[in-house]
Design a protein around this ligand. Structure first.
Ligand code: HEM
Ligand code: HEM
Length: 179
């Protein structure tokens, strides 16, 4: 089924900045997290984890700002697809919002459960020191949500590219600056 052709309408700059900042930081977080174990135990590893936690907190601020902007001044555009495709796109968008929010909350819970030091400047005391099983469990949940986000964001990005290069419509351009 060929989707409806979209007009030249675009999201506003704020929506685009929030979208691309989220996409870039989520990807950076996922990749960055997998390098943490490359560092030897010690101050460098603490720094690597601190960068991950700090960017994670920045992402939480961005996600909050994006949600407020979407509910207030952010431009809404008519659906890019019709019928089932529209439902799938909407489902994917809402799932991404919920999953990224869950990832941030579980990440914060993980820092608290296992305890940490932020750049060796201050300490997050462990919720239950020595309970490695709990930390392991929460880390497993954090990692699993990460894989689900990766898969869904991959499908979402593929759909945007499919719109552009197969259907030759303007859906991707709606999220890109003019020119
Ligand atoms: C982790 C990465 C990403 C996340 C979490 C994400 C999330 C989202 C969300 C939640 C929306 C819905 C916006 C709204 O209605 O409020 C959206 C829209 C959009 N995204 Fe992404 N996105 C990601 C990556 C990408 C990538 C890599 C591309 C392009 C290759 C892309 C292209 C688009 C486009 C074109 C729209 C607008 C669709 C429309 O107008 O219906 N996104 N994204
Ligand atoms: C969307 C944002 C995030 C993504 C994509 C992400 C991704 C990941 C991934 C893939 C891992 C490795 C899991 C494993 O295989 O064991 C990880 C570990 C971790 N994450 Fe996140 N994370 C995010 C946000 C956060 C936040 C907000 C915090 C805390 C405030 C956090 C704290 C941690 C901690 C403490 C670890 C364990 C690091 C270690 O000890 O090796 N994450 N994260």
């Amino acid at each position: 089924m060929q989707p409806v052709s979209t007009s030249a309408a675009r999201y506003d700059t704020g929506t685009m900045v929030f979208h691309w900042a989220t996409a870039i930081l989520v990807a950076a977080q996922w990749l960055g997290a997998h390098t943490i174990d490359w560092f030897p135990k010690g101050p460098l590893k603490v720094d690597a984890r601190s960068v991950h936690i700090t960017i994670g907190l920045l992402l939480a601020v961005i996600l909050f700002g994006r949600s407020v902007w979407r509910l207030t001044g952010g431009r809404r555009l008519p659906p890019a697809d019709t019928g089932v495709l529209n439902l799938i796109a909407k489902g994917a968008h809402w799932s991404l919002y919920v999953l990224v929010a869950a990832m941030l909350l579980v990440g914060m819970a993980l820092s608290w459960v296992q305890g940490d030091s932020i750049f060796n400047l201050f300490t997050i005391p462990a919720y239950e020191p020595g309970n490695r099983a709990l930390a392991h469990q929460v880390q497993g949940i954090h990692a699993t949500i990460g894989w689900i986000i990766l898969g869904l964001a991959g499908l979402h990005a593929s759909a945007a590219l499919f719109h552009r290069y197969v259907w030759h419509d303007g859906v991707l351009s709606r999220m890109l600056p003019d020119g």
